[in-house]
Design a protein around this ligand. Structure first.
Ligand SMILES: N[C@@H](CCC(=O)N[C@@H](CS)C(=O)NCC(=O)O)C(=O)O
Length: 222
């Protein structure tokens, strides 16, 4: 089975898939697509122009959650529990990560300080919700073993760690979330899931998402 993963630069949903593939050590070809000039095979396989797109031989799979489950199944089923209730919990929190990721996007795109503070506070509330169910001993979401929730939160939490010195976006009153973010950042599969210099790439992403926004201005001034 040949795997080809199409991504956009800086896409957190694509990074999730890369983490899962790297976690299992599955070989894959990585293709970075220019959204302004996508190749024909990509336009055919992803008619709405969305990434991540995983080509499994000639069959396309879209949506990071669906791809994540597929990778888990071919990789060895260690990221999603077999027990139905535990599996439902993992799926719920993995889905919740996407809501948090959108909240992060709102924060990065905020036009001015007032909008930024409001978006940061909304994200804080969502992270407080996660904090309540995080394993007390850690280091990961459910304790000592990695699960899909860790994989899908890692791109968001590592971005928050990178921005923290400038934006104070990792709430001080949520120490478990901070410890979790640091544990995820230290994982080799997370390290291998980004190409090149993450700090530089991240600054470019922020200026792409919100070129005139509050976060760009703060980063430029830092
Ligand atoms: N729900 C999707 C979200 C993926 C997504 O929003 N990808 C962005 C890049 S970060 C994209 O493809 N944007 C292009 C578009 O929406 O046209 C997933 O989890 O895979």
């Amino acid at each position: 089975m040949k795997l080809k993963l199409a991504v956009f630069d800086f896409c957190p949903y694509c990074q999730r898939v890369r983490i899962a593939l790297e976690h299992y050590g599955l070989p894959y070809e990585l293709v970075t697509v220019d959204p302004e000039a996508p190749p024909e095979w990509f336009a055919t396989a992803s008619p709405r122009g969305k990434v991540p797109l995983l080509m499994v031989d000639d069959t396309p799979i879209l949506e990071s959650a669906v791809i994540g489950e597929f990778v888990d199944e071919i990789g060895g089923r260690r990221l999603i529990p077999g027990d139905p209730l535990a599996r439902a919990q993992v799926r719920f929190w993995a889905d919740f990560a996407s809501a948090c990721q959108m909240g992060f996007g709102n924060m990065v795109r905020a036009a001015d300080e007032e909008a930024f503070v409001s978006a940061r506070s909304n994200l804080h509330q969502d992270l407080a919700y996660v904090d309540r169910v995080l394993d007390d001993a850690g280091p990961y979401f459910a304790g000592g073993g990695l699960c899909l929730v860790d994989v899908v939160f890692a791109p968001l939490l590592t971005r928050l760690l990178i921005l923290e010195p400038v934006l104070s976006c990792l709430p001080q009153d949520l120490p478990k979330v901070r410890r979790w973010a640091e544990a995820l950042q230290a994982l080799p599969e997370v390290d291998r899931s980004v190409s090149g210099d993450i700090h530089g790439a991240f600054a470019s992403m922020v200026s792409h998402l919100g070129p005139q926004g509050h976060v760009s201005a703060q980063l430029a001034a830092a």
